[in-house]
Design a protein around this ligand. Sequence first.
Ligand code: FMN
Length: 203
Amino acid sequence: MGVRDIDPAALGERGAYRLLTSLVVPRPIAWISTLASDGTRNLAPHSYFNVISGDPPVVHFTSSGTKDTLRNVRASGEFVVNVVSRDLVEAMNLTAANFPPGEDEFAWAGLEPAPSKLVAPPRVARARAALECRVHSEITIGDGTMVFGAVVSFAVAGELLDEGAADPPRLDAVGRLGGTGYAGTREVFHLDRPAWDDVRGRD
Ligand SMILES: Cc1cc2nc3c(=O)[nH]c(=O)nc-3n(C[C@H](O)[C@H](O)[C@H](O)COP(=O)(O)O)c2cc1C
């Protein structure tokens, strides 16, 4: 394999983004619902998203620049992460358009909101799972502002749950690849994690 060493500085801003987001894959997608100060609902996907802590449960998403989601989160201190299943990808993609502030992406995408249990922003009624979050803190690095959210309530479709976890095929979540690529999670395989003693015992 002829390895190429690439200097990020030589790529320019878009080039580095393009390469980076094609290599850090698949990325889970947080479909984030928020409320503007005037009560307008907002919904937008963020694939710079992951778990920070299990105890207490904390997640993060990153806004590239300042967008409506980040403005709303800063003003209200609350957001909901909706899980994007395969049947919701077209609606999710529509909500990524650059809607002007004041437009309700739920309405444009034909999505029913459902009330959250502990936070004001609604969840997507059709989402199979949602994490209700209160802002913990934020940090800006380069063009990204990373928002940490403490999960204060989980809304999970009962039929997903199997011994306290969501069954991957039933959740049917999608991940983002580079560019316009997406990956499903229907093809699941399992690996038992070895203990040190198992590893050491091998030839
Ligand atoms: C699958 C997907 C993932 C995205 N991930 C991010 C992300 O992590 N951060 C970001 O700032 N924008 C991301 N975007 C773009 C935003 O969704 C888009 O800019 C949107 O218009 C922002 O909406 P808002 O202004 O209502 O917050 C993503 C778009 C798609 C389709």
